[in-house]
Design a protein around this ligand. Structure first.
Ligand SMILES: Nc1ncnc2c1ncn2[C@@H]1O[C@H](COP(=O)(O)OP(=O)(O)OP(=O)(O)O)[C@@H](O)[C@H]1O
Ligand SMILES: [Mg+2]
Length: 242
């Protein structure tokens, strides 16, 4: 693979088994004469290339397959067909609350995730930086995450992910629930990360943000890649959908 290319998605096809024929009990299962599961195509023949230092935006309606594509690129989902090649390290998928353990406190989650990332746990600077960026108080960070509001969860998740020094940052809708101040601060931070030459995969329903952060973008519709190109053009296509 060309060393300039950090992510290459070739002819990727993903399907999921879904149970949508109304089986709620063993009796339903026994009386049903066909399989209760149906295979549904979620991603259909997707081809994407991302160069090192490039930012790719992914837009499309709810349920079109954006998060599934991110998970497939990150290796969480194995495609039924096709191939994904990644030439760099990943920060974990930054989706709202993904990876946080709700029974643990904010502080415990920070320690756990830093250990998972292989970042020095004893590095108090890192913990202080996370705390400072999240603007969560000591009192809140001592509470179990299950008692957080969704905005607080987003603050914690985003701030922890920033501590991970990997080549590729994957952001899935994390800004949607933050308040305006936090959203603006995150956008600034993501922009700085882009300026440092990192590769970013950015899913958002805010086309202005996608156009600002991303050099190029793709638009999905029911699992098909229907537009690909300059992020401004793709965001205009997305705005015209509604
Ligand atoms: N684990 C799963 N099992 C079965 N179907 C799934 C699973 N995860 C997602 N799907 C289906 O895959 C499709 C795409 O879901 P996905 O989460 O990728 O959409 P999305 O584009 O990220 O949507 P949104 O904008 O709402 O976040 C949806 O129809 C969803 O029902
Ligand atoms: Mg999604």
């Amino acid at each position: 693979m060309d060393t300039d290319i950090i992510i290459k998605v070739e002819n990727v096809h993903v399907s999921f088994w879904q149970n949508n024929v109304g089986v709620y009990s063993i009796k339903d299962l026994i009386t049903l004469r066909k399989s209760p599961f149906k295979s549904k195509t979620i991603l259909n023949n997707i081809n994407v290339e991302v160069k090192r230092g490039e930012s790719l935006g992914i837009v499309g309606r709810n349920g079109c397959g954006k998060s599934t594509l991110l998970r497939t690129i990150a290796g969480v989902i194995k495609p039924d067909q096709g191939k994904v090649t990644v030439n760099g390290s990943f920060a974990p998928i930054l989706a709202i609350g993904a990876g946080l353990e709700v029974e643990l406190t904010g502080y415990e989650n920070i320690s756990m995730l830093l250990a998972l990332y292989g970042t020095q746990r004893k590095n108090t600077n890192t913990i202080e930086n996370i705390k400072e960026f999240s603007e969560l108080s000591d009192e809140v960070l001592r509470m179990p995450v299950k008692q957080y509001s969704s905005g607080m969860v987003a603050r914690l998740a985003f701030s922890i992910s920033l501590a991970n020094d990997s080549d590729i940052l994957i952001i899935d809708e994390v800004l949607a629930v933050g308040d305006q101040g936090f959203q603006a601060k995150c956008m600034e931070k993501i922009y700085n990360i882009k300026e440092q030459g990192k590769t970013i995969l950015f899913v958002s329903h805010f086309p202005d943000d996608v156009a600002r952060i991303c050099d190029k973008a793709i638009m999905l519709e029911q699992g098909n890649l229907i537009h690909s190109g300059n992020s401004n053009d793709i965001c205009n296509n997305y705005r015209n959908l509604f």
